[in-house]
Design a protein around this ligand. Structure first.
Ligand code: PLP
Length: 285
């Protein structure tokens, strides 16, 4: 696989980053994951807009303009012959030459830009979407700026492992009695045809898929309510699902061992998945 590192396209085994890079030492970096379907990028502009918000929130310099980033994404898709898959982009504050809590003075460290692809043949035809996910609930022990897409993913990783150990597919995180989101996705329930998902704030990541799915739902005359919900309300709901760039709309069929409805993916989640995939393919670049 060919990867991109700071201006160069190199075989992955030749890619090098400094041990002093603040991304490595302090998780001082942000990332984006853009999905590729049929060799084309889904919602690239949305991911670049969020990247800019993340960089601005951390006073981090942009490593390249949007046109250049698009070219890098396209070059990697071509070079690695990606049909369906993901493109991971990471920007870190770079290598100031020594370890220090203070950010490097302007001009003393250039941001590090790494981009690589992950092929996932048949990504849109995921058998898991036909079965639906089981989730468990865990306390949300992450930091308070979850709206910034940083690379500090240790707690979400631990959450994923707790889910696996419990025989589930993912964990929904709970804070002050309310669900924040999944380890790497936004969480929704459906009651009487109405879609309920937590409102945007610093407590959750502002999902690019969330924005698209809510827009499409409203365009399809479905009712949307943006407010927090509890695990108990979710267990009593008609349906549940999650959204993310790589999972699209993924039905949830069980929460902490309680089956929702008849334990199969619900009609609203299935419809939204179809609408979202359809629209994504139409607007991909
Ligand atoms: N919430 C968290 C914590 C995430 O890590 C992600 C994606 O990685 C999402 C939500 C979904 O965001 P998006 O739809 O932009 O992929």
């Amino acid at each position: 696989r060919i990867v991109y590192v700071n201006g160069d396209y190199v075989p992955e085994e030749e890619a090098k980053i400094s041990i002093f890079d603040r991304g490595f030492l302090m998780a001082d970096g942000v990332y984006e994951v853009t999905t590729v379907l049929g060799g084309r990028l889904i919602d690239f502009a949305g991911h670049m807009a969020r990247l800019k918000r993340s960089l601005d929130a951390l006073d981090m310099e942009a490593p390249a303009g949007e046109d250049e980033l698009l070219q890098i994404h396209r070059d990697l898709v071509t070079r690695n012959e990606v049909d369906d898959g993901l493109i991971y982009l990471q920007v870190t504050r770079g290598n100031p030459g020594d370890r220090d809590f203070a950010y490097p003075a302007p001009g003393t460290a250039r941001p590090t830009l790494v981009v690589f692809t992950q092929s996932k043949p048949g990504l849109a035809d995921n058998p898991a979407a036909r079965a639906g996910w089981k989730v468990i609930s865990i306390p949300d022990l992450r930091w308070g700026r979850r709206d910034i897409k940083t690379v500090q993913l240790l707690y979400p990783s631990m959450g994923k492992m707790m889910a696996k150990k419990a025989g589930a597919d993912d964990a929904w995180m709970v804070e002050d009695g309310f669900v924040t989101e999944g380890t790497s996705n936004n969480a929704y329930i459906v009651r009487d045809g109405r879609i309920i998902t937590r409102h945007l704030s610093q407590e959750i990541l502002h999902g690019i898929t969330r924005a698209a799915v809510l827009r499409l739902a409203r365009e399809a005359q479905m009712e949307v309510e943006e407010r927090p919900f509890t695990i108990e309300e979710a267990q009593a709901a008609d349906e549940a699902f999650v959204t993310s760039a790589s999972a699209f709309v993924m039905p949830v069929v069980e929460i902490d061992g309680v089956r929702l409805g008849d334990g199969t993916p619900g009609p609203v989640a299935r419809r939204l998945r179809d609408i979202y995939l359809d629209e994504s393919l139409k607007t991909a670049i």
